[in-house]
Ligand binder design. Structure first.
Ligand SMILES: Cc1ncc(COP(=O)(O)O)c(C=O)c1O
Length: 382
């Protein structure tokens, strides 16, 4: 190290830290990695070294991707700057111009917009279909159909389709299958075990679990993830080290959070089902979730107010349950699909889907259940 003050101030503090054995993963808050020699750089390009530049890869990104891949029983994973970044990488790892995508009609609005508005410009065609008993993928595929896309638990009506059976149908037709498992998490379902090729998460939700990070994770077979990683790198959708660190830290408590949140949600659903101010409760049935790895039905509950005109008063009356247009934090929160995620719906679409003015979506948290019920009861009673 140079001896002058100006040089010392810049270089001090580096060397001792290299020796430190930290119990928790350090945050590699660096945009680039240093090499001891030109030979080391050659090794990196020969595939022997791991890190060069954070957009290409970083230990914090890798930790998160590895952890989610393990939990989902996938071969490999890649993290991205948002759930949408991960979905984009997944779609583009499979699709080329001229390809056709079959997707459930109940997919997240951002996924719909990505396919319908952006990827359509590159000649990729989206077709949304209702996944009910009368639908057979065989009668909907075209010679150009490449991918079937589905969510495990849909938003905001919390529909759960028979995932193993739809995946089986799609695989028999030679399609790739990509599942958005954001709402269920690998605690409840691991779609790879049913044959899905790719599983994607908005890590912003239960993976992180604390509403303090925006990130995405894509997991699946090694060849697809290798291609998806190139796409994340080339499109500049890499996750920042600090966000990756926060998500990996949040992930450690996924099992205990989900257990508590699912149990609380069951009580909330039961409470709402017998409440006179509520006309309908949307909560997955035990039968629909029979393929889940655990006897739980998720941690989200939606309901419709009997008198829609009371909706403004309901939100005003809530005290500590916050109105936020997102979900999956440890705090119970509510959202209002019609004025947020589904604003673009016409009145006709609202009536047809049930996503009406009186619909409330609850993301149930880890608080004491009696407090959650009394807060909801108070707001409904007013
Ligand atoms: C099911 C689902 N998938 C994907 C996304 C997109 O994730 P992000 O907001 O992290 O980009 C969301 C966001 O709400 C979502 O709910």
């Amino acid at each position: 190290m140079g001896e002058r003050f100006e040089t010392t101030t810049v270089h001090i503090g580096h060397a001792p830290l290299r020796q430190a054995e930290s119990k928790s993963t350090p945050i590699y808050q660096t945009s680039v990695f240093a090499f001891d020699s030109l030979e080391e750089v050659e090794k990196y390009y020969a595939g022997e070294g791991e890190y060069l530049y954070t957009r290409n890869g970083n230990p914090n990104q890798a930790e998160l991707a590895f952890a989610v891949a393990r939990l989902e029983q996938a071969e490999a994973g890649v993290s991205a700057a948002s759930g949408m970044g991960a979905i984009m990488a997944g779609l583009l790892s499979i699709l080329s111009p001229g390809d056709h995508v079959l997707a459930s009609h109940e997919i997240y609005g951002g996924t719909y917009a990505l396919l319908q508005k952006e990827l359509s410009r590159f000649g990729i065609e989206l077709e949304c279909i209702v996944l009910d008993e009368g639908t057979h993928l065989a009668s909907r595929v075209r010679p150009t159909t490449k991918l079937f896309f589905v969510e495990t638990i849909t938003n905001p009506l919390l529909t759960v389709v028979d995932l193993p059976s739809w995946i089986r149908q799609a695989k028999e037709l030679g399609l790739f299958v990509m599942v958005d498992n954001t709402f269920a998490t690998p605690y409840l379902v691991q779609p790879i075990t049913f044959g899905a090729d790719l599983v994607v998460h908005s890590g912003t939700k239960y993976i992180g679990g604390h509403s303090d990070v925006t990130c995405g994770v894509l997991v699946g077979s090694r060849p697809l993830i290798e291609r998806a990683t190139e796409i994340v790198v080339n499109y500049g959708a890499s996750l920042s080290p600090f966000e990756a660190w926060l998500a990996a830290r949040g992930l450690k408590t996924l099992a205990v959070r989900m257990e508590r949140q699912c149990d609380n949600a069951r009580e909330v659903a039961r409470f709402l089902q017998s409440h006179p101010a509520v006309s309908r409760v949307y909560y997955p049935s035990q039968e629909a979730t029979s393929f889940f790895a655990r006897p739980k039905q998720g941690a989200m509950v939606s309901f419709a107010l009997r008198d829609e005109s009371e909706i403004y008063e309901f939100y005003r009356a809530l005290d500590w349950i916050q109105f936020v247009p997102s979900l999956a934090g440890v705090e119970t929160s509510v959202s209002h699909p019609v004025t947020t995620s589904h604003r673009a719906f016409s009145e006709e679409q609202r009536q047809a889907t049930g996503i009406t003015m009186g619909l409330v979506r609850i993301s149930v948290g880890i608080e004491a259940i009696d407090d959650i019920l009394s807060e909801l009861g108070r707001a409904l009673g007013k």
